[in-house]
Design a protein around this ligand. Sequence first.
Ligand code: FAD
Length: 258
Amino acid sequence: MKQIHAPIGSIEEVASGMFVMWLEAPEIAGQAKPGKFVMVRCGEETVLRRPLSIHRVDEDSVALLFMVRGKGTDWLAHREPGETLDIFGPMGNGFCIAPRAKNLLLVAGGIGIAPLYYLAEYAIQRKKHVTLLFGAASADCLYPPDFLPDGMKVAIATEDGSAGNKGLVTELLAEHVVIADQVFACGPLPMYRNMAAHKKTLGIEDKPVQISLEMRMGCGTGVCYSCTIRTKAGLKQVCKDGPVFNLDEVFWDEFTRC
Ligand SMILES: Cc1cc2nc3c(=O)[nH]c(=O)nc-3n(C[C@H](O)[C@H](O)[C@H](O)COP(=O)(O)OP(=O)(O)OC[C@H]3O[C@@H](n4cnc5c(N)ncnc54)[C@H](O)[C@@H]3O)c2cc1C
């Protein structure tokens, strides 16, 4: 883990309230892996750093993709190229692609596309067959499909039907999951609850499913225990032991915070 002041190379609003920021961060780029994240200091007014997934890596640079939700991400959205960002990372365990897996199914809900983009690029480079299901409330808050990496199959769902299928992204699962050797998901808590509760209907009952928990964190380094959850393997800290867990490992009924 490195703490650095990373120069901002570019920042662009790619959808409503959704920004991609490229940072020069060779120390982090060199150790990055899909599913890992960085802790970002967001100005003077927010005490705690905010966790953001590594969205892309290009040689010495890393990209973050974030949605403006509150004070921290709003501050980030107002940064300019040439300024520096105080960040540390990469943190967390990251996704794990089984060496024998050939067909990977990725399921992104909303800003959950952030780490899955990187996972898709990483898997395509390793000659895996990738299908990405991604969804959002409506077309204007959907990550632009044209910006997705080439070389994979994509299916889209929006809740209001303004792009792709009308409905939840999880409704696309049953149609695409059959040949998948592994499933990787990132999205909001209700998406995971839905997947855990309807495994049979969604066709994921016998599939290994890894999910990334976007839980609120304090320190991001395993010191404060504020992101502790109970799993079938005991108490786990999302920042240190996660954020990636097996879907079956988490007690979703008692999981209320995110
Ligand atoms: C491992 C990890 C990776 C993440 N990666 C990304 C990413 O790549 N892009 C991205 O946009 N966001 C990501 N998040 C979520 C991001 O950290 C929060 O959106 C951010 O902390 C909000 O900060 P804020 O100051 O803008 O909002 P706050 O003022 O802190 O909160 C504003 C609103 O957002 C909600 N919120 C805050 N934190 C979270 C959270 N962690 N998850 C869900 N809702 C939250 C609050 O409940 C509140 O309603 C990630 C979270 C984790 C744990």
